[in-house]
Ligand binder design. Structure first.
Ligand SMILES: [Mg+2]
Length: 407
């Protein structure tokens, strides 16, 4: 199956982090690396003055006294990196934390709702820009190596998509030594065989490449052809573990109550899955999708991991007004439970928070049993009721204190 891979690269990342943390630096020539005595990252303004990576700090001071030189603050950069990965994970759990300012994501299955890779790439890029206060260069292609070529294509702040049919057009203009994974030795070996560009390389047969180069180079040849052989390694901390529930509804609505009800139903669906796997979420992402296919998203970090829809809806209710707009027509909502942990990891907080969680857990355990016996959505949260009424004939509504209506 063909894949769609996205690569993200933070522009002048360390310098951008410093500027994001201190807005007074915005628009100024900023260089990081004072403690090392050499420039490690430069803002575009510093680059324009001629500062390049590795330039000695004393020389910059002497020749360009207007440049602001800062100490590196890797702890902060690491936090920005973590936030970058987390933002991308809202769209797909298949994210590889490649370096402090780069990540790969397998978006093959995530494109769906967006219609096209460009639209998804744009949404991710805008979210990163808005939430981190810096720009990123995004590349999309049928393999990791081509996604890398794409993200380099237009820097800074670029979004480049390499489609299978355009591979040759792009590779014609890429020097062989600039391709990810091809080192200086291999570059010389290629050049001695008349290969100058990526296109020169892929025009050779696989057998010829295999006869002349080691296996990793053969793999790059495949990747450059648009065949994905390097998988996105998402086996890190957060793993593939996230649970999603999304639904498009008809007719579209402007009603806040109806939207909350749709969300509530998705939350209940996601929680059923979580409870089945004995998992609790540390983070929740939810979104509203407008009639114009625009997404409004919100991420919630939880103090205690939860798997109870009532608790999650309580949190969503608190932040809902930040993304909901009146006079806007919405067509879908969705929720993702992320940062999943085993439900035995729940710790008791000082105020009995965990006790409450456990009580709810027992309530929902009972609900799951009822659903299993009498069919799904036999019992549900009152907040989901409106959504369900459209699809199912409700026979009876009971009110249970602290749970709203239950049907
Ligand atoms: Mg970078």
């Amino acid at each position: 199956m063909s894949k769609t891979i996205l690569h993200i690269d933070g522009d002048s990342f360390f310098a951008s982090c410093e500027i994001s943390l201190n807005h007074k630096l915005k628009g100024k020539p900023v260089v990081t690396g004072q403690e090392r005595g050499i420039a490690t990252a430069m803002s575009p303004e510093a680059k324009a003055l001629g500062v390049s990576r590795g330039m000695p700090v004393f020389r910059i001071r002497k020749e360009l006294p207007q440049v602001i030189i800062t100490h590196s603050n890797y702890t902060s950069y690491g936090i920005f990196a973590q936030r970058m990965y987390d933002i991308v994970r809202r769209y797909t759990p298949l994210v590889e934390e490649y370096s402090i300012d780069e990540c790969f994501a397998d978006i093959t299955l995530a494109i769906g709702e967006f219609g096209a890779p460009e639209a998804l790439g744009k949404a991710i890029k805008e979210a990163l820009n808005r939430e981190l206060g810096m720009t990123f260069s995004v590349g999309i292609g049928p393999s990791k190596v081509l996604a890398k070529v794409a993200s380099k294509w237009q820097k800074p702040n670029g979004l480049t998509v390499i489609k299978q049919e355009d591979v040759r057009t792009f590779l014609k203009d890429v020097q062989i030594g600039k391709i990810w994974g091809i080192g200086p030795q291999t570059t010389l070996a290629m050049q001695s065989r008349g290969i100058q560009t990526g296109l020169d390389f892929i025009e050779h047969s696989k057998d010829w490449v295999a006869a002349n180069f080691a296996r990793p180079i053969v793999e790059i040849w495949h990747e450059l052809q648009g065949m994905s052989v390097h998988r996105v390694n998402s086996d890190s901390e957060e793993d593939q573990s996230s649970i999603q529930c999304t639904r498009t509804f008809t007719p579209p609505t402007q009603s806040k109550i109806e939207l909350l009800s749709e969300l509530s139903k998705n939350v209940e669906g996601a929680c059923v899955k979580a409870r089945r796997q004995k998992l609790c979420a540390r983070r929740i992402h939810y979104f509203l999708k407008t009639q114009e296919f625009r997404y409004k998203r919100k991420e919630i970090m939880l103090v205690n991991p939860v798997s109870s829809p009532a608790d999650i809806m309580h949190e969503i209710n608190k932040s809902f007004d930040e993304i909901f707009r009146s006079n806007t027509t919405y067509r879908a909502t969705g929720v993702t439970l992320a940062g999943l942990v085993d439900d035995t990891h729940i710790q008791t907080d000082l105020f009995g928070g965990s006790r409450k969680v456990q009580d709810w857990a027992r309530v929902f355990e009972a609900l799951d049993k009822v659903d299993k016996r009498f069919g799904s959505h036999t019992l549900m949260l009152g907040s989901s009721l409106r959504s369900l009424r459209k699809y199912k004939k409700i026979k009876k509504v009971f009110r249970i204190p602290s749970m709203g209506e239950v049907n």
